[in-house]
Design a protein around this ligand. Structure first.
Ligand code: ATP
Ligand code: MG
Length: 324
């Protein structure tokens, strides 16, 4: 059976971008693949040395995974920091790639711009190498991620090839698996919905919050009032309709263009569709919030499963490198 490996940094409660870009695919694919999903907690250090909330953020994120429908038996979930082999393979892989190659990574360039980073650390630049270790350790064939991560998967492919050529064949070259909405726009119009940019709708937002956040969303600047013709193709609210209100999309597009539908009503309709989608997730979330011990034991079980696979891979690696 082909393997899937994917993860997320524990940045707390998830947003719709995480869902439409990645989690939706994890859930859809979990029946046909052998899955491993990691809480990329070491990766938190790349952008912040304040780790005081990592534990809470991990629980919050895993609750969202479970509430959205990830099955802990089919899809073991584990903390990267609990499986030591990640850092070991990262060290070996870091010898197989140049600084120059890492500096050409467009995702890091975007982060430097968005987060106003003046001096990037060695570890942040090497983020994709640790990510490659995360994937290759499990011999992942496919990696379901959002579009922003595709350059990182390319680096993992290069590292797999480089290792295999240098030491012997161990790793498959992982391929990205994208969803139809592999880059969800933020509420402020930024190309990426992101928690750090404060432009996100959370999976745990109640209907009032969804309504409030959408009310402030940026729409077509040429459509000043109801009656003005709008351009749905450039409107981020319409992009949400395309995902969460597929049945009414054509009608909304036509009514926006003709001026029959104003932005206020359009946003209200969008908010209620999104909340209909979120409602069962929020319901299931309550169960895990009241039973956090269950979440911890799911992680501990996942870590046992992950460790077995990781140790087996590292045995092969050690033997090939001659340090068995
Ligand atoms: P944030 O940017 O909100 O702080 P993050 O950058 O910490 O979150 P990542 O760990 O980088 O989150 O992303 C987790 C997964 O979610 C990745 O596969 C990524 O591609 C996907 N993802 C995150 N945001 C979006 C988005 N707006 N649209 C599509 N996919 C997304
Ligand atoms: Mg990110």
């Amino acid at each position: 059976m082909k393997r899937i490996l994917s993860g997320m940094r524990p940045t707390g409660k998830l947003h719709l971008g995480h869902y439409t870009g990645a989690l939706e695919n994890w859930i859809a694919l979990q029946h046909d693949f052998e899955n491993y999903h990691l809480v990329a907690d070491w990766h938190v250090l790349t952008t912040s040395l304040n780790t005081s909330s990592v534990y809470e953020d991990t629980i919050d994120m895993v609750i969202d995974w479970l509430a959205a429908g990830l099955d802990p038996i089919k899809s073991p979930m584990f903390r990267q920091s609990r499986v030591k082999e990640h850092t070991e393979l990262h060290l070996i892989l870091s010898m197989l790639i140049t600084v120059n190659r890492l500096e050409r990574n467009p995702t890091v360039k975007d982060q430097i711009r968005d987060l106003n980073i003046e001096n990037i650390t060695y570890g942040h630049l090497g983020y994709p190498v640790l990510q490659a270790a995360d994937i290759l350790l499990y011999k992942g064939d496919f990696v379901p991620v959002g579009e922003d991560q595709v350059p990182h998967i390319e680096i993992a492919r290069e590292l797999a090839r480089r290792f295999n050529q240098t030491f012997g064949p161990v790793f498959p070259e992982p391929e990205p698996k994208l969803t139809q909405f592999s880059r969800l726009v933020g509420l402020d119009g930024n190309a990426k919905m992101s928690k750090s940019l404060g432009n996100a709708l959370l999976l745990s937002d109640d209907p009032e919050t969804v309504k409030l956040k959408l009310r402030k969303a940026v729409t077509d600047p040429q459509k000043m009032r109801k009656g003005d013709p709008g351009r749905p193709e450039i409107c981020l609210v319409f992009s949400y309709h395309r995902k969460y209100n597929q049945d009414e999309c054509q009608e909304i597009s036509a009514d926006c263009k003709s001026g029959k539908l104003g932005c206020v009503d359009c946003k209200l309709r969008c908010a209620s569709r999104i909340s209909e989608f979120l409602d069962p997730i929020i319901e299931r979330r309550k169960h895990y919030e009241a039973n956090k011990d269950e979440v911890i034991s799911i992680l501990c079980h996942g870590e046992e499963c992950a460790r077995k696979v990781a140790q087996k891979t590292m045995d092969e690696v050690h033997n090939l490198i001659g340090m068995g």
